[in-house]
Write a protein that binds this ligand. Sequence first.
Ligand code: AG3
Length: 276
Amino acid sequence: MELWFTEKQTEGLALSLLVTRTLHRERTPFQDLAVLETVQYGRLLVLDGVVMLTEADEFIYHETIAHVPLLLHPEPRIVLVIGGGDGGTVREVLKHPSVEKVVLAEIDERVIEASRRFFPTLSTGFTDPRLQLAVGDGIEHVRNHPGTYDVILVDSTDPVGPGVGLFEADFYRMAAAALRPGGLLAAQTESPFVNRELIRHIHKNMKEAFPFRRLYLAPIPTYPAGWWSFTLAAEAEVNPLEPRILPGLATKYYTPEVHRAAFALPPFVAELVRKE
Ligand code: AG3
């Protein structure tokens, strides 16, 4: 008998992966957590029935959310990752020699534990002395740390369950206040193909706290519609097309050319975030 995991991505769209084994399943205090072995994409991390990552395509997402803002900042030293308990984003951030400290504000400790056990290639950063775990609410964390961070990365779930507040104007206001002068925020902002109204809504919510916002794109095969957006946000204008070059940065997706290409928006996507 074949066992298929299916994420219902929208009312009328689903992604299915053939599963050979359930490696782990638990009800954490926050959500339903599963680790499955798939035929096509290796191990799969699922929270509340939603794909968080697979071993096969996680590098695209994690390199894109981390290297784009870190290489646009002149010298990122203190970095905050909100969510991202799997460690993939932290792994990428730690590739930057200028980074002295990364704080991981993940609300669900069980995600960190599951990644340590089942995703050794993602959780490599958990033993790095530059990493500080701040298990708890990311919103509370930014509220309590004004003027602290060079870069904030919002590696959240979709805006349902524990992740909702991370898409609201109040959060963006506090996140902007948690940045040091010249600081940058980058957030995952859902699919430009099937979450169009949501992207408009997010940018509207960001507007007041972050006068400068730029959408950028990457293909993520296991996320809704296979095509994803991120948003770079800052208080003042930055030129997103001139990343620093970091010699020796080991990546499988990110290059300076891919970086520049990520900011090229087809008209039907640009229209979502056009200033009124
Ligand atoms: N990022 C999860 C993005 C949301 C995916 N949405 C979906 N499959 N419907 C967090 C996990 C990677 N660190």
